[in-house]
Design a protein around this ligand. Sequence first.
Ligand code: 5RP
Length: 235
Amino acid sequence: MGTVNREHLKHVAAEKALFLVKDGMVIGLGSGTTMAHFIDLLGDLLRQRKVSRIQAVPTSETTAEHARRVGIPLTSLDEHDVLDLAIDGADEIDLHLNLIKGRGRALLREKIVAAHARRFVVIVDESKMVRRLGTHGPLPVEILPFGARAHLRWLASLGCQAELLREPSGDPVHTDNGNYLAMCHFPHGITDPYALADCLNAQPGILEHGLFLDMADTVVVGTEEGVRILERNTT
Ligand code: 5RP
């Protein structure tokens, strides 16, 4: 799939999700290139006065800056501890609507924002759909800089190749929270995401990971054949 077409599929998914935004809502705004389409479109909608009284909680400094630029009023989880809706992109989505997120470096705030939303909606182009998580790229894990080498060694003991995400200069990337990101490459993908998540959740110094399990309520997929809406089966 060409880059232009992929951008188009992200755009149509974002356009579809826009219909979920209603007057007066407080919404979580995710991060990444798909979300950039959504933020532009929401800014247009506000300028055209087609929706009003929207407030948004951004999941990264980049998203906050973009939202300000297009005139979306910002708020925080301290002012609104329950959000009506959270919208975000994803790196991979499996058949159960479980996700890998965080290759755009914002997973910790993204997970917090999604966890405090009444509805979590994910917008993607069809290249993100996978049979098994971890087969298209690494699992990002936010780690405390204190003890980073030890965290990487422990992560590798889970059967992956773990390395720090680095800037072009060679310095470790710092997240918006001042932490490091470990990129964990599983050679055959992640066979049991629930067991892996339990393991990661229990380990000191592992601050958060990019497995978003049983969190997405709705996934909006831009495909060559049109937009597909997938709803999580909760029964
Ligand atoms: C950022 C994320 C993004 O949602 C994810 O990386 C997808 O990004 P894009 O829409 O650019 O493909 O999790 O931390």
